[in-house]
Design a protein around this ligand. Sequence first.
Ligand SMILES: Cc1ncc(C[n+]2csc(CCOP(=O)(O)OP(=O)(O)O)c2C)c(N)n1
Ligand code: SF4
Length: 428
Amino acid sequence: MEHKYISTDVSIFCKGCGHQLIANNTEKALQKLGLKPKDVIFVTDIGCHGILDKISEVHTFHGLHGRSGALAAGAAMGINNPKKKVIVFIGDGGATIGLQHLVDAAVRNVNMTVIIHNNFLYGMTGGQTSGLTPHGFKTETNPDGKQYQNYDLSSMLSNAGGSHVRRLVGMGDFSEELYQAFKVQGFSSVEVMELCPSYGVKFNTGKKVTDFIESAGMEVKLFPEKIRSPYTQNERNIASSLFNDCKAIPVKYKNSLKKPLKIVLSGSAGEGAQLAAELFAEAAVASGLNITKKGSYPVTVGVGFSTAELILSPKDIQYTGIVTPDIFIITSNDGLNHAKAKLSKMKKGILFIDSSLNPVAVDPGVEVIQYKFRELATPRSAIFLALDVLLKYVRVFPAEAFENVIQNSKIGAKFNMEVLKKAEVPKK
Ligand SMILES: Cc1ncc(C[n+]2csc(CCOP(=O)(O)OP(=O)(O)O)c2C)c(N)n1
Ligand code: SF4
C-alpha cells in the first residue's frame, strides 16, 4: 500500500454506522485511484459524516452545515487541475440545506465528486426530518412518519447535467462504484443509502433501508452518463482567483530546522501582525522551508487582538493548527489577553514579550525574554522587530532573509530597517 488517505483502523462513528463503511470504501477507492494524498481535498461540513476530518490524511476543509458543495466547487474551479481530486462529504441534512449549491455544481459540471450520506435524517442532532427523508419514515420530529414525499436528489443532479450520478445501498464493498465516480472529469455523485443505527433504526424498528427506497420509488442505479466537458480554465480565467498571480519563491538561504517549529504571534489589530507573518513566511520559503500561516482577529477588524500562527517545517505540514506553541511572541495588551489560554498550555519553549506589559505567569520550563519591541520599533513595527530578534536568537534561518523580504515588500520604502539591523540579541 503506497499511500494512506483515511485512517480507517480507528472507528469514529457509532457502532454499525454506515458512515464508517463509506470511509472504508473511500479509502479503498482512493488506493485504487493512486493519487498522492497531497492531491486529494476532502470538503466536509457539519454532521456526523463531517467528523471524518479527524481521521483524514489529505487536505481537508470543514465548512458550515450544507455548504460543502459550494466550498468544494470554489476549490475545484480555483485549483482547476485535472490531477487533483476534490471530494465532498455531505449528509442528507446538509444536502437539503445546500441543495442549490449541489445542483449548480452539476449544472456547471464542476470537477468534483459528492458523496451523499443519505441516512434519511439529521443524525448528529438526534434524528430530525430532512428534505431527503422518505414518506412514512419515522423521525424525532415526525414520530408518526413523514407525511409527504422526499425529493429525489440523484434524479435532480442527473437532470441538472452531472456527468456521473449514482445511487447505491451502502452495504459491503462499493469501492469500485466510488472509484468509477472519482475517475470522472466533471461532476460525479454517489448517494449512499443507509440507516442511522442510533436513530433511524430505533424509530423504524424492523424496517430495512431498501423498504424505504422501494416505497419512495427511488432507483438504485447509475443514472445515464453525460459526455460533457468539465467546467474549465477558460471560464475561470475571466474571473479573479486567489490562485492568479502566484509566484514561485526561489530558495536563496539555508536553514537549520530539523523538526517543525510552531510560532504564535499575538498583538493588536492594525499593528501589522498579519503582514509580518506573511513576510516571515515568504522568508522561510526563501530559506527552503515549508510554512503555514493562519490569521485570527475579531470581525471588528480595526480593534482588539490580531494573532497569527506559523508552522515551519523541513517536511510537509499535514495539519495547520497549533495547540502548544514552541515560541510565543506577545507585543501588546490585546495580544496578551487573547494569548492567555494558549500560553497556559506551554510547558517549554520561549516567550518573547514586550517589556511594557504586566508580568505573566508561565510554566517554569518556558524561557521568558522581555524586550522593548514597542519602544524601539514603534507599536506598528513591534512584531517585525520581535520576529527579527527571534531569528537572531534561535537561528532557524538568517534574519537577513526576513529583512530582505521586508525591504522588497510594499512597506519596504517606509520601513525603518535600521531598527532591525541594530537589534540587540538577548544573551543565552
Ligand atoms: C447552519 C446550521 N444549522 C444547524 C446546525 C445544527 N446541526 C448540527 S449537525 C446537524 C445535523 C446534521 O445532519 P446531516 O447533515 O444529515 O448529517 P449526519 O449527522 O446525519 O451525518 C444540525 C442540524 C448547524 N450546526 N448549523
Ligand atoms: S448518530 Fe447516527 S449518523 Fe451519527 S454516527 Fe451515530 S449512527 Fe452514525
